[in-house]
Design a protein around this ligand. Structure first.
Ligand code: DC
Length: 221
């Protein structure tokens, strides 16, 4: 049996950081499923494909040439699309917004399922996203759902953007996070929600080390 830890939650909650520290601690593989949706969004933008053209979107998704590599020194995840390193381009809010629109399309989500499931390899997998515990790895033994109030998440998101040299202000970021929440929660296909058997952690008043400690305790137990 290959153990899987799923970490789901809304944008800006800190899933990515928690997932990468834990994968590192446990020496497990990591799946940043949001990066797959973002890469598809970037490819759609580059190729100028309409979000209404389902056939073209499905074709693009099946041909998507994506590679994830963890930098051994920094432990950062580098993402290559068509052999070009695109990690920084994927982080913009423009790409995130297109990703969340693509993520509403059921057949497109289905077409990405096998690609995501392939990440499940020994000795284990940490998978972060919106539907890891509810759909993609619904039989995972360890499931966590991270939440935080929207103002706190907008603050975290803005800090992250600033660290990456991307400009933005709090009211615009708050607005973008709210819009993305609305789409991710209310969509028909695989909406953002905790799995019935997930441990829900409200991280509003916790620092990152406290969140990591809680998740590690779940896996160790
Ligand atoms: O986690 P993220 O911000 O990189 O995700 C970008 C968008 O991709 C998010 O707004 C919704 C979509 N997404 C999804 O629908 N399902 C996932 N498992 C991961 C991301």
């Amino acid at each position: 049996m290959i153990p899987v830890l799923t970490i789901d939650g809304p944008s800006g909650v800190g899933k990515g950081t928690v997932a990468s520290v834990i994968a590192n601690n446990l020496n497990w593989h990591i799946l940043d499923s949001g990066a797959i949706y973002r890469s598809l969004a970037l490819a759609v933008t580059i190729k100028n494909i309409s979000l209404d053209n389902l056939d073209k979107l499905l074709e693009l998704s099946s041909e998507l040439d994506l590679r994830f590599e963890t930098n051994n020194k920094t432990k950062h995840l580098n993402i290559y699309l068509d052999n070009v390193e695109v990690s920084a381009q994927l982080r913009t809010e423009k790409i995130a917004a297109i990703a969340s629109k693509l993520a509403m399309i059921g057949p497109l989500r289905d077409s990405l399922l096998i690609r995501q499931k392939k990440f499940k390899m020994l000795p284990g997998l940490v998978a972060d996203g919106r539907d890891m515990g509810t759909v993609v790895f619904s039989d995972a033994p360890f499931k966590v759902f991270l939440t935080a109030n929207v103002e706190e998440r907008a603050k975290r998101r803005l800090k992250q953007l600033h660290e990456q040299g991307i400009t933005g202000n709090i009211s615009q970021t708050l607005d973008e996070v709210k819009k993305r929440d609305e789409r991710d929660v209310s969509r028909k296909h695989s909406p953002l929600k905790p799995a019935k058997d997930a441990l829900i952690i409200d991280t509003s008043d916790l620092d990152i080390n406290e969140v990591i400690a809680k998740v590690m305790a779940l896996v160790k137990a």
